[in-house]
Write a new protein. Structure first.
Length: 338
């Protein structure tokens, strides 16, 4: 009986309505410029959140907070004999130069409906950021935990044969997939080659996500079309992409082989022009034009009398409209006679 009463009391007693917040910096031991790390902010309560928690404002020095949305997580913990429920919010931050990524100590005030505001002190967080040895071009530095690159070369022929000729097009598509990186950090891969006109299509940058919506990396797809105008050979150069492996802390080189394509003479246009000039479609068009002219002339011949009378009537109306009309004198002619 006492146990039942105790359980009922625990069920009806209100919660403490306590609130708390913690902040963590998730980063590996060595961090390079351009390598994303995560800031995790967890809101804790022993009751419920009303309204739902939002990302707090705090300063970040030597780094930029990314706007890429990350999925929230629900957590729980036991502290001082109290069961806490938490909502974990994560964002990515990137340092673009060497130095120290710093999150200064700050205060965050938590508010909730029917509860008094709670101010929580967040301690300072910092992480050293340094360039690895052997950096040659900082603007093309590419840090990633994993990277793959592949290509596809397609030919577009104006004729039915499989021979590449002058006037046809060759499209080279290169796809780069990298993990632990933002889409804008993957540099340009393809460039024009001398002696051949090219057409660059707009690159496609997308995010790589896991099954639960977790962002794992980025993908970049580049397309470049080569437009040979003369017979000869097109040499598509090999592609080499040097990147820094953040998982193994070493340089890696991703390569694509080059391709040489032979271009034949352009297709003869004279015979095709002659065939186009003697098609049945042109004969039908000429016949329709001649028939329309003959029909129009026949209609005019049958209504020639009506047309003549209409012309005479219009001429009479025209002359009558412009004929002068004599007006009476404005003053009496015999004003001086009595």
């Amino acid at each position: 009986m006492k146990t039942l009463v105790l359980m009922l009391l625990l069920a009806v007693l209100p919660a403490r309505a306590a609130m708390d917040i913690t902040r963590e910096l998730e980063a590996p031991e060595q961090v390079t410029p351009g390598q994303p790390v995560r800031i995790a902010v967890t809101f804790w309560t022993d009751s419920w959140f009303n309204p739902p928690p939002e990302w707090p404002d705090f300063a970040i020095k030597n780094g930029s907070l990314m706007t890429t949305p990350l999925p929230n997580q629900l957590l729980s913990r036991q502290k001082n004999g109290i069961s806490w429920s938490g909502v974990r919010l994560e964002r990515e931050v990137i340092a673009w130069d060497r130095g120290e990524l710093l999150l200064p100590a700050t205060e965050v005030t938590l508010t909730s409906a029917s509860q008094a505001p709670v101010t929580v002190q967040l301690p300072e967080l910092k992480k050293t950021v340094a360039w690895p040895q052997g950096v040659e071009q900082p603007d093309r530095f590419l840090p990633a935990s994993d990277l793959t690159i592949d290509q596809n070369i397609s030919q577009f022929h104006a004729g039915n044969d499989d021979t590449l000729r002058a006037g046809d097009a060759v499209e080279r598509t290169v796809t780069v997939k990298a993990r632990g990186i933002a889409p804008t950090q993957i540099p340009q891969i393809l460039y024009a080659i001398p002696g051949t006109e090219t057409q660059r299509l707009t690159p496609e940058n997308t995010l790589l996500k896991s099954g639960r919506g977790e962002i794992e990396g980025a993908q970049r797809v580049e397309k470049l079309r080569y437009l040979p105008s003369q017979a000869g050979a097109i040499i598509l150069p090999p592609v080499k992409l040097r990147w820094w492996d953040t998982a193994h802390q070493q340089w890696q080189i991703a390569e694509l082989p080059g391709v040489t394509l032979q271009v034949a003479q352009a297709r003869a246009a004279g015979s095709e022009s002659m065939l186009r000039g003697t098609t049945d479609e042109d004969h039908w068009q000429n016949a329709l034009i001649v028939g329309a002219i003959v029909l129009f002339a026949g209609v005019l011949w049958f209504i020639r009398r009506l047309l003549w009378r209409s012309f005479q009537y219009l001429h009479h109306i025209w002359r009558h409209f412009w004929a002068p009309v004599r007006l009476p004198a404005l003053t009496p002619e015999k004003r001086g006679e009595k």
